[in-house]
Ligand binder design. Structure first.
Ligand code: S3P
Length: 440
């Protein structure tokens, strides 16, 4: 379907206090664990973006009762098992949704066929299918492990699986399959990745053991554990909060506070990096909420300087590299981003998309097979040129990143497919406009 583009124009300072939408990772997990559990799960603050709504629909298809309950709440009544869906399960744009659901479904004696949009159908699924088939699941898929694919679950045996790439999605899929496998499933992650599945499994009454050893983090889960419905409060998504925060950093005179942001240390790599670049970021009102650390983050316009970002930090900020590259464009000196090959298999090839988009906006950029070097433009009164028309290949974070870039540039920046922003950040435009941004 043809969509009108969206244009961000440079303008005055951004000011105000906002709340980021619910965390996407936690939202998917709350629905899936709610459907796997027995009894009622209430979810407050669920992200109502397209990705998560697809997971909600999928959980209905697998036999749970999923309803929107009042203003901000969702209710899931699980039956302690998945039933066979009557039709193809379409996960839209959501890699997290399809991969976690496949893991959960593999534990039951059922056959399910999964598909997604053009982007998701191009993304690698063998990373999930390999461990699931080692556990005993069957599958039939397109060339290269692509969707659509059919999964046949049931009669799984636990495995010990060392993650070949740092991926919370793969870890989560194996653990969710392990819930209904015979024996103790173990995932070994050489580099720690977001641990929301482990935390939430505990909130649903499961026992998950975590041990840090010389060869990485070992996560163990015994099969056959029953989950009980739980009450989940979803914190604000740091990956979404990143956009207004970076907008404030690059727009003179700005001060923006995002309230209730998830501050799990496995998700705060961007904040650490921006501070190293000289960002004025204040974190207040830190508190524990629903088993996760949250706080209010204030960003004020700052003179940024380029740095080399340690590759080992990548898992804690993997979705934030596009917006970090925008901050880097406004910094003094080059910013070196390496060890980010995983970005090539996200919703789009984000290394290539950022290289092309930044270049279209007059920013010097060098693309490497697994990295990106962004030439900062900041010198006295020297701005980012802007003026680009950016093709986003349906990638929500590429679209938002370039719109933010346009707010501080010399001339406006336009993107082609703003509709995709709603996959992770419905209301992005209204929220940014409310802070004073000119995005139309
Ligand atoms: C996610 C894990 C990350 C991230 C994605 C959400 C999750 O993917 O990019 O947006 O919720 O587990 P990988 O597991 O592929 O790194």
């Amino acid at each position: 379907m043809a969509q009108a583009g969206l244009t961000a124009r440079p303008g005055g300072p951004l000011r105000g206090r906002i709340r980021a939408p619910g965390d996407k990772s936690i939202s998917h997990r709350a629905l899936i664990l709610g459907a796997l559990a027995t009894g009622e799960t209430r979810i407050e603050g669920l992200l109502e973006g397209d990705d998560v709504l697809r997971t909600a629909a999928a959980m209905s298809a697998f036999g749970a009762e999923v309803t929107r309950d009042g203003e901000s709440g969702w209710r899931v009544v699980g039956r302690g098992r998945f039933a066979e869906p009557a039709d193809v399960v379409d996960c839209g744009n959501a890699g997290t949704g399809v991969r976690l659901i496949m893991g959960a479904a593999a534990g039951f004696a059922l056959t399910a066929t999964f598909t997604g949009d053009g982007s998701l159908r191009g993304r690698p699924m063998l990373r999930i299918l390999r461990p699931l088939s080692q556990m005993g699941a069957g599958y039939l898929c397109r060339e290269g492990g692509r969707l659509p694919l059919t999964l046949q679950g049931g009669a799984l045996t636990a495995i010990a699986y060392r993650l070949p790439e740092p991926s919370a999605q793969v870890k989560s899929a194996v653990l969710l399959a392990g819930l209904n496998a015979a024996g103790v499933t173990e995932v070994i992650e050489p580099e720690p990745t977001r641990d929301h599945t482990e935390r939430m499994l505990r909130a649903f009454g499961a026992r998950v053991d975590v041990e840090d050893a010389a060869d990485g983090r070992h996560i163990r889960l015994a099969g056959g554990q029953a989950l009980r419905g739980a009450a989940i409060r979803v914190p604000g998504d740091p990956s979404s909060a990143a956009f207004p925060l970076v907008a404030a950093l690059i727009t003179p005179g700005s001060a923006v506070t995002v309230e209730g942001v998830l501050l799990n240390p496995l998700r705060t790599g961007l904040l650490v990096t921006l501070r190293e670049m000289g960002a004025d970021l204040a974190i207040e009102n830190q508190r524990e909420d629903g088993g996760e650390l949250v706080g209010d983050v204030t960003a004020r316009h700052s003179a940024l300087r380029g740095i080399e970002v340690p590759a080992m930090r990548a898992p804690s900020m993997i979705d934030e590299y596009p917006i970090l590259a925008v901050a880097a464009a406004y910094a003094e000196g080059p910013t070196i981003l390496r060890g980010i090959g995983e970005l090539r298999v996200k919703e789009s090839d984000r290394i290539a998309m950022m290289a092309a988009g930044l270049a279209a906006c007059g920013v010097g950029v060098e693309e490497e097979p697994e990295g990106l070097i962004v030439a900062g433009t900041a010198r006295a009164n020297h701005k980012v040129a802007g003026g680009g028309f950016v093709r986003t290949h349906g990638d929500h974070r590429i679209a938002m990143s370039h719109l933010i870039l346009g707010l501080g540039a010399e001339t406006a920046v336009a993107v082609d497919e703003p509709g995709m922003i709603a996959t992770s950040f419905p209301g992005f435009n209204a929220l940014m406009t409310g802070l004073g941004a000119d995005i139309r």
